[in-house]
Design a binder for this molecule. Structure first.
Ligand code: ADP
Ligand code: MG
Length: 341
């Protein structure tokens, strides 16, 4: 079993400037796995921009088009890690390695998940080397560029450079319009141009979210037996925005930030001024201001009763740092996406 989802193909992937290179490289790999210089192929970009879609399309293409049968395997890095841990618990590491070493095309999704997991990385490194030396294709995705992947072993990162690394950007307006139109057609529904344009303007940074709104509108329309109109669309967009604001609590932000930076909640709320704690604390305050409707005073309260001027200072500091520190900017961005779903 390949664990591929058949609904992801090149045909239903809308091409735009934002993804042209990633799509072209994926298509080249799909047509001639292991024979291009794109090995490994690494696609990186923000959440919901089509990384999984593209790499699954590669797998599906190879499975259905290749002359000799190929063992294609799609696996998320999360699943890879838990399989690895289980194999240690059950004393079956050899079987685990042997299984992965017989794959012809290995698709490992969201490798950023391996950050900080030394033993899992080491094992992947061995599998990677074996596959690469045996002329097998490796495809990976990540939510950030290899340069911004902290907690990854250098020798693994240097392997990524052997092939091609390419990014996917958020789609421009025309691409978003085309994606909506495709989805509407796929669902055999109808949507006026003004509604399509309205949606494309409102939801601009995440294709998954865009698709979600289109699907709910189609469902609304078939339930109420009403044509999708601008009011319905406005209502949907508004409720989605409200929903995403409602679920983001400051406790959740503190929880995510502390686990991301591997520090204690007690420390982030406490008095320590160690740099390892101060920066995450400032990031958490910054996110609280951005993602909740809490006042500065209320935010300070949640961080051990700090003053609102401390919160202002934290927000300014992070704002300044984001402009110059790429890794921090990527981390803050990655943290933000955690609160959207
Ligand atoms: P990622 O893995 O980057 O988080 P996904 O591949 O899961 O994102 O994409 C999210 C959703 O958006 C999927 O349903 C996918 O089919 C759709 N999607 C993303 N980009 C495109 C595109 N260019 N054309 C068509 N559908 C797309
Ligand atoms: Mg994905």
């Amino acid at each position: 079993e390949s664990f591929l989802n058949k609904s992801y193909s090149f045909e239903n992937f809308v091409e735009g400037d934002c993804n042209r290179l990633a799509r072209a490289a994926s298509y080249a790999v799909a047509q001639k796995p292991s024979t291009t210089s794109f090995n490994p192929l690494m696609i990186y970009g923000g959440v919901g921009l089509g990384k999984t879609h593209l790499v699954q399309a590669i797998g599906n293409y190879i499975e259905s088009q290749s002359e000799t049968p190929k063992f294609v395997l799609y696996v998320s890095s999360e699943k890879f890690t838990s399989q690895f841990i289980n194999s240690i618990r059950e004393n079956s590491l050899q079987d685990f390695m042997a299984f992965y070493m017989q794959v012809d095309v290995l698709i490992l999704d969201d490798v950023q998940f391996l950050s900080g997991k030394e033993k899992t990385q080491e094992t992947f490194f061995h599998i990677f080397n074996h596959l690469h030396q045996s002329g097998k294709q490796i495809v990976m995705t990540s939510d950030r560029s290899p340069r911004e992947l902290s907690g990854m072993e250098d020798r693994l990162l240097s392997r990524f450079k052997w092939g091609l690394t390419t990014d996917i950007q958020a789609p421009d307006l025309e691409t978003r319009i085309a994606i909506i139109q495709n989805k509407v057609e796929e669902e055999m529904a109808e949507m006026d141009d003004e509604v399509v344009e309205y949606l494309a303007h409102c939801i601009d940074s995440n294709v998954r979210e865009l698709e979600g709104v289109v699907i709910s509108l189609i469902a609304d329309s078939s339930l109420t037996k009403r044509k999708i109109d601008l009011d319905m669309a406005k209502f949907r967009v508004k409720s989605i925005v409200e929903e995403s604001q409602k679920v983001i609590s400051i406790d959740k932000i503190i929880e995510e930030v502390t686990s991301f930076f591997e520090i204690k909640i007690a420390d982030i709320k406490g008095k320590t001024r160690l740099r390892e704690v101060v920066l995450p604390r400032q990031v958490a305050m910054y996110l609280a201001k951005e993602m909740t409707s809490l006042s500065l005073k209320a935010i300070g309260y949640h961080f051990g009763g700090r003053d609102h001027s401390t919160v202002i200072h934290a927000i300014q500091t992070i704002n300044d740092l984001i402009g110059v520190d790429k890794e921090l900017a990527a981390n803050v961005k990655a943290l933000k996406t955690k609160f959207k779903y």
